[in-house]
Design a protein around this ligand. Sequence first.
Ligand SMILES: [Zn+2]
Length: 341
Amino acid sequence: MKRLLPTSTAGSLPKPSWLAEPEKLWSPWKLQDDQLIDGKLDALRLSLQEQQLAGIDIVSDGEQTRQHFVTTFIEHLSGVDFEKRETVRIRNRYDASVPTVIGAVAREKPVFVEDAKFLRQLTSQPIKWALPGPMTMIDTLYDNHYKSREKLAWEFAKILNQEARELEAAGVDIIQFDEPAFNVFFDEVNDWGVATLERALEGLKCETAVHICYGYGIKANTDWKKTLGSEWRQYEEAFPKLQKSKIDIVSLECHNSRVPMDLIELIRGKKVMVGAIDVATNTIETPEEVADTLRKALQFVDADKLYPCTNCGMAPLSRQVARGKLNALSAGAEIIRKELA
Ligand SMILES: [Zn+2]
């Protein structure tokens, strides 16, 4: 990446209201069959255009073809029964009815590869593609087959690696694994979480990222954050191991969060996608607020390794708010570029 402080988003962006009910997670599709297939691709075009109009440097599909960042990927795999549902506690935070693993999990066919090829032919800008990480995948399922979180995570890591290799061949520049579960299950992260992540990116020549956050701006997450006290030190648990891992980029939450900025020092040497946009509020940041967060981060990450980003996905926000936040991100990054020049 030649441009200093290249901007990007954590992943998801709001969908048009003709495709899915707005401002909602797991929002049901409004179209069906062929119309749905076309509608998703039209939305992907729009989402790309909105990122381009805002001046975002590393673009994505805005996750327009998926209902949810974890479940949509799992829906494409065999070995999981979506009719057979059990209630489990997700990330120790809230109960959800989830599908059941009933046999060996496998990826019979590519999941997002055609979408990635479609995005690739629409732009020559660098593309980032998000996939769920192994630990976050197992946390969104009831396992009635392997009966071991670790075993299932290794299976998912193999599957993710198959998908990632094909995404790379389709022209994706950065493959990102979303691992919000890394902020919750610290012993497992260090025992096998980082190792399964490395298995997922084995053999890739493109850049790789891991996104670890405090979640979407939904009530279960904001309630949980209220219990975390005045300093959020969760990153302290996973960062030392990640610093030694093969991952190139770490995407983290900063702006408006209580994460002590100096924790970034623990991943010195890695590229850092610094969350400079709060996704849990409709208030649009000013460019100066974005610049202020980036300026603070520059104490702990070299300028050529700082990638301004959003704290998390923006799927549950309105399109208008998301657009405003993308513009603020670009303008804030530009302030710092001028200061560094
Ligand atoms: Zn996130």
